[in-house]
Write a protein of this length. Structure first.
Lengths: 431, 183
């Protein structure tokens, strides 16, 4: 499914200045995977007019997954464009298991045909051969789709390189801060400002069809939950009740939102709102802080954070009347903000360890084993890629909010450097 | 000619080898954008976002000019909290008393209690902690004469720090409830 989304440009020069600033995430691999698959993506032959280096985008995507070691093109002694011209012994000698070759041809002023092939260096077998037609603005997307196909072919896992991320960018200095909700490609390119405010923005949440974002805005100096349709920028208020309106979470069928509301005396609880009828169902009824709801894959339960036991812990509750919450986390005094992997085999959350806040995962299928994945002081806001193969989260580096990636087994860690100012609250789109 | 032939062969071979034949996909560019209504970029959104909600303006409440602006400047408007706590420290009982007495004497005056936390922890849970602090102040004010309909609470959690910094000196200044007079 082609997920091309609309650009929402702000009025005024500010928007254009923001869009033109380079924003690609620079990946620093802080911890690589030992058994990464060595692959060479040979620069594609191109007519010289394309402004996207397709092979480089593919190479960067595969490297960023942590599962591939992409060969540096300056080490390539030859640059074939088709299988017939591959000298396999040379590529094997340079340590590659796979090689990708391709070429682009211009079709008129604004269109390209890209063809590529994937070969197994050891047995010379051709594993993939495809042709993609793209117009000039679509070249990056085509590159990500190629990376997806290669990734899927070799790992057996569906690629998520053609997906998007939403995040909040904060700039300016107190008290004059500016908040932007941004949607970008999963590699950080093509950032677009979806919403801007001089008051805080929080908690972006993708609808299951990838067409809308729910978020919390304090633009009236009160929290309001909005749903915004990305193609047009139209949005509507989901909840602007007195008190707290926070933490929107979409049901798997996209028809309901779980969210956090408060009673007059400030008691936060989890509710479910039917988006068609605006009908509200109260799910928790407890004097503790109950918040950060997330749906189970079957839409029949909610995971959430509650401090009913003293400090925040994660619970799961069925949505039938009479269902009682069951506590899931028992290690340490602070476990919060659950996020469920796409196949619900694992839960990512924030845990406090020796005063530091870190990303941890719990095995939901087995005995509930917990593994702490990261080592920072302020690692929060985990979000799974839709193929479950990577987690993006927010961290702090030298006093600045940054985004980072970690594989669900903790083996590969990457920091994403950008010049977007402070960035926080990443949310990975669905496919 | 050769290139076209080899591409065609490639495509044919792909169809054979791949097993599930894929058509050449066509990738369209993102369509042209539109503005977000109410966003900061638009005039109305920007005014709503950037100006203070108090119609008296920030200055009035600071100077205490007129009952709507609150008691005079000698009565504090900020209460600070210990980490992970929402109980009001003894050094702030004067702030409670001063403001409660003022509210009791001016039943038409409204007060907003803005709860905040330091940056540590998860953002949405911090909204809860900020609300808990604002509620603690609300209850204390009501115990000393303010009436329920004069008080509203709002929590900003960790989203509106007063001071930047990743150390206790900054955090201590951010764990606070601000008393903001106005409708």
């Amino acid at each position: 499914m082609n997920k091309v989304f609309s650009v929402l440009a702000l009025m005024g020069c500010l928007a254009f200045a923001q869009r033109s600033s380079p924003a690609e995430f620079v990946v620093e691999v802080t911890r690589g995977q030992d058994n990464a698959v060595p692959i060479a993506i040979v620069p594609f032959a191109d007519p010289g007019l394309a402004d996207v280096d397709v092979a480089q985008v593919v190479s960067n995507d595969l490297a960023r997954s942590g599962r591939f070691k992409a060969m540096d093109r300056k080490d390539m002694v030859e640059r074939p464009h088709t299988g017939a011209n591959i000298t396999y012994d040379d590529w094997r000698r340079l340590g590659n298991d796979y090689v990708v070759v391709g070429l682009m041809t211009a079709q008129g002023a604004d269109r390209y045909d890209i063809s590529f092939e994937l070969y197994n260096v050891l047995n010379h077998q051709r594993l993939l051969g495809f042709q993609i037609s793209a117009n000039r603005p679509g070249l990056r997307l085509a590159s990500h789709q190629i990376a997806d196909m290669i990734f899927d072919k070799i790992t057996g896992i569906r690629g998520a390189f053609a997906t998007r991320i939403a995040y909040v960018s904060v700039s300016g200095t107190l008290p004059n801060r500016s908040y932007r909700l941004i949607v970008a490609d999963a590699d950080g390119e093509n950032p677009h400002v979806v919403m801007q405010s001089n008051e805080p923005l929080m908690s972006p949440a993708w609808s299951p069809d990838g067409q809308s974002l729910a978020y919390v805005s304090f633009e009236h100096r009160l929290p309001t939950v909005y749903v915004q349709y990305l193609k047009t920028g139209e949005r509507h208020v989901v909840s602007a009740r007195a008190g707290v309106n926070q933490a929107p979470a979409w049901s798997p069928d996209g028809k309901k939102l779980a969210l956090t509301l408060s009673t007059r005396d400030g008691n936060l609880d989890v509710y479910v709102m039917d988006l068609a009828t605006d009908g509200l169902t109260r799910i928790t009824d407890d004097p503790a802080i109950d918040t950060e709801p997330q749906w189970s894959k079957d839409g029949q339960s909610l995971y959430f954070t509650s401090d009913r036991a003293g400090g925040p812990q994660i619970y799961k509750v069925g949505l039938q009347p009479g269902d009682r919450p069951r506590r899931l986390t028992f290690q340490g005094n602070y476990n919060a903000r659950p996020r469920i992997s796409p196949d619900e085999s694992q839960m990512a959350f924030v845990t406090q360890e020796e005063g530091a806040y870190r990303i941890a995962v719990m095995d939901l299928k087995g005995r509930g084993d917990v593994q702490v994945l990261t080592k920072g002081q302020f690692d929060v806001s985990p979000s799974y890629a839709p193929n479950g193969a990577m987690i993006i989260y927010a961290s702090r580096d030298r006093g600045r909010g940054v985004l980072a990636l970690v594989t669900p087994d903790g083996r590969v860690q990457e920091r994403l450097a950008s010049n977007e100012g402070e960035v926080q609250e990443p949310a990975w789109s669905p496919f | 000619m050769k290139k076209i032939v080899s591409i065609a062969c490639l495509f044919a071979a792909a169809a054979l080898l791949a097993g599930c034949p894929k058509k050449a996909t066509t990738v369209e560019p993102p369509s042209a954008g539109s503005q977000v209504p109410g966003a900061g970029g638009s005039t109305s959104g920007s005014e709503t976002g950037s100006t203070s909600t108090s119609p008296l303006g920030g200055d009035a409440s600071a100077q205490g000019g007129g009952p709507g602006g609150g008691p005079n400047a000698s009565v504090g408007r900020i209460i600070y909290f210990d980490f992970d706590k929402s109980d009001i420290r003894p050094e702030f009982t004067g702030v409670i008393t001063g403001n409660a007495q003022f509210l009791a004497a001016h039943p038409n005056v409204k007060l907003k209690l803005e709860g905040n936390t330091d940056e540590r922890g998860t953002r949405e849970y911090n909204i809860g902690l900020g609300e808990r602090r604002a509620q603690a102040v609300r209850r204390a004010l009501m115990l000393q004469g303010a009436s329920e309909n004069q008080l509203t609470t709002v929590s900003f959690g960790a989203e509106r720090p007063a001071v930047e910094g990743d150390d206790e000196a900054a955090w201590a200044k951010n764990r606070r409830v601000e008393l903001v007079y106005g409708p």
